[in-house]
Design a protein around this ligand. Sequence first.
Ligand code: GLA
Length: 435
Amino acid sequence: MSAQSISSKVSSHLYYLKFLKRINMNHLWPIAALSKCLFILIFTYSSNIILAQKFENLAPTPPMGWNSWNHFACDINEKIIRDVADALVSSGMKDAGYVYVNIDDCWHGKRDSLGFIHPDPERFPSGMKVLADYVHSKGLKLGIYSCAGAKTCAGYPAGRGHEYQDALTYAQWGIDYLKYDWCNTDGLNAVGSYTTMRDALFAAGHPIVLSLCEWGNNKPWEWGADVGHLWRTTGDIYNCFDCIKDHGTWKSWGVMYILDMQDGLRKYAGPDHWNDPDMMEVGNGMTVNEDRAHFSMWCMLAAPLIAGNDLSKMSADVKNILTNREVIAIDQDKLGVQGFKYSSKDSVEIWFKPLANDEWAMCLLNRNSKAQEISFDWMNEKVTDDLSRRSANFNAVPYNLRDLWKKTDVGTTKKILSVEIPGHDVLMFRLTKIK
Ligand code: GLA
């Protein structure tokens, strides 16, 4: 609903209120009483129409930023968040597109006697409004975390039954992004719970990105586009390339496992509604090759790029990966179409992603720990994508090839591509039609 139609609805409500006042003054009280009932009915009904929506166009391309969980877990405080904001600016990450500074679980203090939530007074003594002002003063945005259950995953007070109150609080603090988790929700309906939070945020009137962290349990890709701007497709990521971490009652997943779980989901994603394969583990302990492969594949998936590393101790390699603008441009491409696996042979997968202006991204992923040689004869290949109705017939139309990690042009599709891909690494190209 546009701002114009909201304001025309509001002015028609006001007009009607004036009309009621006039007939009240004429002592036509039975008509007035009836009219009041009618007004309440109409107002409730049309207000619901006004409120029943998400804030549109907050994520035309996948959101980019940083989140505290993957590195700091519960060990957070306002100094860490301020330092992250500073580091996003000084490292060049802000200029590369990372704008959200997202505080995950464990920022919470208690609810007061009226039920309003407050931050932990020891960890966040200055309060969230002051922190948000600081983050905003750097040209960045502040994100926060809560959960649809009564308690967050780490056991802090969460949203259930307090949705409208919390939304109002976040609006007053100037929060720009809410990650809404799914712990302690036995018996709750996912669509209903997330829709309630969406409506509460909209009613509070402050634009806020809503990130559904429901882990894919209730197929949020099937209903999430109307509710939020991104939805987690899986359980938690773990900082390894292809392992599973068993926590006893639950598991977290290495990068390759998460990648495989995206199969079949690309048709659900697009501008303002993205599949979220979880926040990145780049810089959290994998090798440089693995970090590069992880980052490249997230860009091929048009995934939200939420860094999760300690920015105060970022190596040059990690910084170069996270700020490679040519690779980021693949993720942020305006067409907003998620990439797909084109072929898979001997542990080498070849992925394509259609881009705006008839371009393509191509990524060759070596899942093996040993280097692999491959040769790709363009003349025998035709890439067709039914979702975007795009195809590339290299036999008929040649393309220039730009290596996005070397940042150089490396030839054309007129010549067979013969390359070696290091273990657990990628080669990534942008294909541009030769005019
Ligand atoms: C869940 C989420 C994680 C993180 C933690 C915090 O596990 O999936 O991303 O937010 O909760 O407790």
